[in-house]
Design a protein around this ligand. Structure first.
Ligand SMILES: NC(=O)c1ccc[n+]([C@@H]2O[C@H](COP(=O)([O-])OP(=O)(O)OC[C@H]3O[C@@H](n4cnc5c(N)ncnc54)[C@H](O)[C@@H]3O)[C@@H](O)[C@H]2O)c1
Length: 425
């Protein structure tokens, strides 16, 4: 790997350092919509809660992530950042981060070997704290780099899929240090997964295809936090939205929310657009592809590129690249299926991920969870921890204040009423 060192001796592997100026502008623009993180950064500058702590972060390298890295650095952390997805890196932001003195390993479109060499570089930092989006750092440490465990006091995890992997590790008795599940904070998943993924997934699909969504049949596979947001936004764009689910409760909720719910196989026959957001594997596979209409457009916004069985298409259809982020597969039955962004999270592959105002809350959770790990690691066990409720409420309070929204406060009488069981009437 051609690891270069710039004049500040910051180890890095990014596409092109001359893109830094553009990256600085983009980061500045994002920071304007991130008031909660800014207020945390101001306090971190005074209190230095992360002074001297080595942090390895594996996150989508975007302008919002850059704002988080700056906050942690201001709080005293010594950070190395690598990409948590080969297609989500903003190369100009990566260059700007190096320019700001943050060691960064990320190149948009990097191949598998480079992706893992970047994770290795982040781990060579001998972290005391990990910050993951998808659990790649923690699983690499536990399976291949156990010698690093002696330094590690804890970590944080950003997304649903990472938390699922961590809980499986904890269940199997393999989790070797405490990890805070940032995803479980209400100020994260209720907003980032729902409104962030909802808007940016539509944005990614439109940027990749330039197709009109109004009047089209749009199939949302999975009605969790992300799926709800996506279905809501597709409906808002004028689509006829169909939802598929495996959980009867979620399927019922989607029905009551006014969506048509049917099996994936039935939906395959009528959909124009499809988007998986399940965190599961092979949700769109052979039986669906064969049933789809000619020209169906297929994307994924779940964490890993396993939700669409692209391997089957690769083996059984002829591929041609028709425009950026669109690969068209012509099957033996003559029908064409357009797969967007190689089946990777489409909101980050062909768009810019979540809007900054949503990441403001997600990354405020990351910064405060890192501080929580630092303050409490001696008491924590090798478990997955939820973000403490006080942190969640504090973030909501700061966000409301930044939006100029005021809320009511319980009167003494109301507080007493809610805490008592005798006073029923
Ligand atoms: N694109 C992004 O920026 C972004 C942001 C947040 C989360 N994510 C990722 O998106 C995925 C979903 O996250 P979430 O928070 O919505 O999770 P969630 O657990 O709230 O929802 C997932 C839903 O998918 C359903 N499901 C599972 N298998 C299915 C199948 N075969 N067919 C239909 N439905 C199925 C589940 O029943 C559940 O309701 C995860 O991989 C997560 O990491 C992506």
């Amino acid at each position: 790997m051609a690891v270069a060192r710039n004049k500040m001796k910051i180890a890095h592997h990014v596409k092109d350092l001359s893109l830094a100026q553009k990256g600085h502008g983009r980061i500045e623009w994002a920071r304007r919509s991130m008031p909660v993180l800014a207020s945390i950064e101001k306090r971190f500058a005074k209190e230095q809660p992360l002074k001297g702590v080595r942090v390895s972060a594996c996150l989508h390298v975007t302008s919002e992530t850059a704002a988080l890295m700056q906050t942690l650095k201001t709080g005293g952390a010594d950070i190395v950042l690598c990409a948590s997805n080969p297609l989500s890196t903003q190369d100009d932001v990566a260059a700007a981060l190096v320019d700001q003195g943050i060691s960064t390993y990320a190149i948009k479109g990097e191949d598998r070997a480079t992706y893992f060499s970047h994770i290795k570089a982040a781990l060579d930092h001998a972290p005391q704290m990990t910050m993951d989006d998808g659990c790649d750092l923690v699983s690499s440490i536990i399976t291949e780099r156990r010698e690093l465990l002696k330094n590690i006091i804890g970590g944080t995890e950003e997304t649903t899929t990472g938390v699922v992997r961590l809980r499986a590790m904890a269940e199997a008795g393999k989790l070797a240090f405490p990890v805070v599940s940032v995803n479980d904070a209400l100020t994260k998943h209720m907003f980032d997964n729902r409104y962030g993924t909802g808007q940016s997934t539509i944005d990614g699909m439109i940027r990749a295809t330039n197709r009109l969504i109004a009047g089209q049949v749009f199939v949302v596979l999975g009605y969790g936090w992300c799926g709800r947001g996506l279905a809501m936004r597709a409906k808002g764009m004028g689509a006829d939205v169909i939802v598929t689910e495996i959980d009867p409760l979620k399927a019922l909720e989607a029905t009551m929310d006014g969506f048509r719910v049917m099996s994936g196989h039935e939906a395959a026959k009528v959909g124009d657009f499809f988007c998986t957001v399940t965190g599961n594997t092979s949700v769109l596979a052979k039986e669906h592809f064969l049933a789809m209409k000619d020209g169906a457009i297929v994307a994924n916004s779940g964490h890993f590129n396993v939700e669409i069985d692209i391997a089957w298409l690769e083996k059984n259809a002829k591929k041609s690249s028709v425009r950026d982020f669109v690969d068209e597969y012509t099957m033996k039955n003559g029908k064409r299926i357009a797969v967007l962004g190689e089946g990777r999270l489409i909101n980050l592959a062909s768009a810019e991920g979540h809007p900054s105002s949503v990441m403001d809350m997600s990354f405020a959770n990351q910064a405060l969870s890192a501080e929580f790990v630092m303050k409490n690691h001696k008491k924590l066990e090798k478990k997955v921890y939820a973000v403490p409720q006080e942190i969640d409420r504090e973030i909501a309070r700061l966000k409301l204040a930044s939006m100029g929204v005021s809320i009511d406060v319980l009167t003494k009488q109301q507080a007493k009423y809610l805490a008592s069981w005798e006073e029923g009437t």
